[in-house]
Design a protein around this ligand. Structure first.
Ligand code: DP6
Length: 345
C-alpha cells in the first residue's frame, strides 16, 4: 500500500536580501527579506512524496540522483511534518498512520540545479508542500513556511506566489520567523523578471557558509542588518503597494549592491559577481539613463547571474538593450511571472 501526493513550488528572487543567520540551529535570519515569486510555468521544482509501510528508510531523489537526507535540515522538516500528521491522527483514529511510515521524495527541477538559481528555495518549498499534501495537513502557507525555513531560509518565501516577505521575528524559538504574502501576483501582474545566465557553474562559496563568514567578520554588516534593511523593508512594501516601479528599482539595486558590499567586506572577501555581471549592471544603468527614468532593476544572488526586473510596458527597450549590450555572454533565459520566452532567438 502506497500513499502519494505531488506539489510544485516556484523559484523566488529576493529584492531585499536575506544574508546572515541569527541562529544557525533554527535557521532564523539577522534581517527580514522580501522577494518576488516567479510563475509556476517558469523555474520550479515538482516533487512527489510517497509513504508506505513497506519503505525501509526516508529517501530523496533529485533529477534522478539519490540525495542524502540525514542532514539536520531535512531531518527537521521530516520531524515537524510528521508531528503535525501525528496530531491529526491522534484526533481522528480512523486515519491511516502515515506518520509512522518512511517517506520517499522524487523531485525534478525544470532548470539546471547548479546554475545558482535559488534551487534550494524551490526545492525545500516543494518538499514541504508535497508532504503536507500527502498528510492532508490544514496548516496555512505561513505555518508551513516555518518548516520550510528550517530546510533553507529562502524556501519559506516560495510557499506563496506574488510579493512575499520573510519577517525575521523576535522570539527565541523562531516561531514567528515566517513568510507572509505582501501582495498577490494579481496586484502587479505586469512585473517581469529576465534572468541572465552568465555562468551555470556551481557557485564557489555556498550561501550558508558565506553568510556565516560575513556575520563573523564584516564590520559593515551590523549597519546593513540593523539599520539599512529595516528601513528598506518598509520602503519596499510601500513601493509595491503603490506599484511604484522607480522606487522598487532603486531599492532593489541598492540592496543587491549592499549585499555584495558586505560580501566584499568579509574576511576573506567573497566575490559572487564577475566581469560579465558588472557589464550587465552597466547595461541596466545605460538603459535607465537613456529612458530618463528607472525602467529596469538588476539584482544578484550568491552567484554571477543577473536577474533584471522590469515592467511589461518597457519590455522592448529593456530586452532589446540587454540583448544588444550582453550579446557576448554565453546565453540567457527570460523568465516571467506570466509569460515565458527563451532568449536569444
Ligand atoms: C543570496 O536560503 O540558500 O539568495 O538558509 O543557508 O539555505 P540557507 O541560505 P539560502 O540563502 C539565500 C541567499 C540569497 C538571498 C535571498 O534569497 O534572500
Amino acid at each position: 500500500e502506497i500513499f502519494h501526493a505531488t506539489a510544485t513550488a516556484p523559484v523566488n528572487i529576493a529584492v531585499i536580501k536575506y544574508w546572515g543567520k541569527a541562529s544557525t540551529k533554527l535557521n532564523t535570519p539577522t534581517n527580514s527579506s522580501l522577494s518576488v515569486t516567479l510563475s509556476q510555468d517558469d523555474l520550479r521544482t515538482i516533487t512527489t512524496a510517497s509513504c508506505s509501510p513497506s519503505f525501509e528508510s526516508d529517501a530523496l531523489w533529485l533529477n534522478g540522483a539519490a540525495h542524502d537526507v540525514s542532514n539536520a535540515r531535512s531531518q527537521a522538516c521530516f520531524a515537524e511534518l510528521r508531528a503535525l500528521r501525528k496530531a491529526k491522527e491522534d484526533k481522528d483514529q480512523s486515519l491511516p498512520p502515515l506518520s509512522t511510515y518512511k517517506l520517499h521524495l522524487i523531485s525534478e527541477n525544470n532548470f539546471p540545479t547548479a546554475a545558482g538559481l535559488a534551487s534550494s528555495a524551490a526545492g525545500f518549498a516543494a518538499f514541504v508542500r508535497a508532504i503536507a499534501d500527502l498528510y492532508e495537513l490544514d496548516e496555512s502557507p505561513t505555518e508551513l513556511s516555518r518548516i520550510a525555513r528550517q530546510g533553507s531560509g529562502s524556501a519559506c518565501r516560495s510557499l506563496f506566489g506574488g510579493f512575499v516577505a520573510w519577517e525575521k521575528g523576535s522570539r527565541n524559538d523562531g516561531y514567528d520567523s515566517v513568510a507572509v504574502q505582501v501582495a498577490p501576483e494579481s496586484h502587479w501582474p505586469t512585473i517581469r523578471a529576465a534572468i541572465l545566465v552568465i555562468s551555470d557553474a556551481k557557485k564557489g562559496v555556498s550561501s550558508t557558509s558565506g553568510m556565516q563568514a560575513t556575520v563573523a567578520t564584516s564590520t559593515l554588516f551590523p549597519n546593513r542588518a540593523n539599520t539599512v534593511v529595516p528601513a528598506r523593508m518598509d520602503a519596499m512594501k510601500k513601493a509595491i503597494a503603490e506599484k511604484d516601479f522607480e522606487s522598487f528599482a532603486d531599492l532593489t539595486m541598492a540592496d543587491s549592491n549592499s549585499f555584495h558590499a558586505v560580501c566584499l567586506d568579509t574576511i576573506p572577501p567573497i566575490f559572487y559577481m564577475n566581469d560579465a555581471s558588472r557589464a550587465a549592471i552597466r547595461v541596466v544603468e545605460e538603459i535607465n539613463r537613456c529612458a530618463g527614468k528607472k525602467v529596469a532593476a538588476y539584482t544578484f544572488d550568491a552567484g554571477p547571474n543577473a536577474v533584471i526586473y522590469y515592467d511589461e510596458s518597457n519590455q522592448d527597450i529593456v530586452l532589446g538593450a540587454l540583448r544588444k549590450g550582453t550579446a557576448d555572454v554565453p546565453g540567457w533565459t527570460e523568465k516571467q511571472p506570466h509569460i515565458t520566452a527563451c532568449l536569444p532567438e
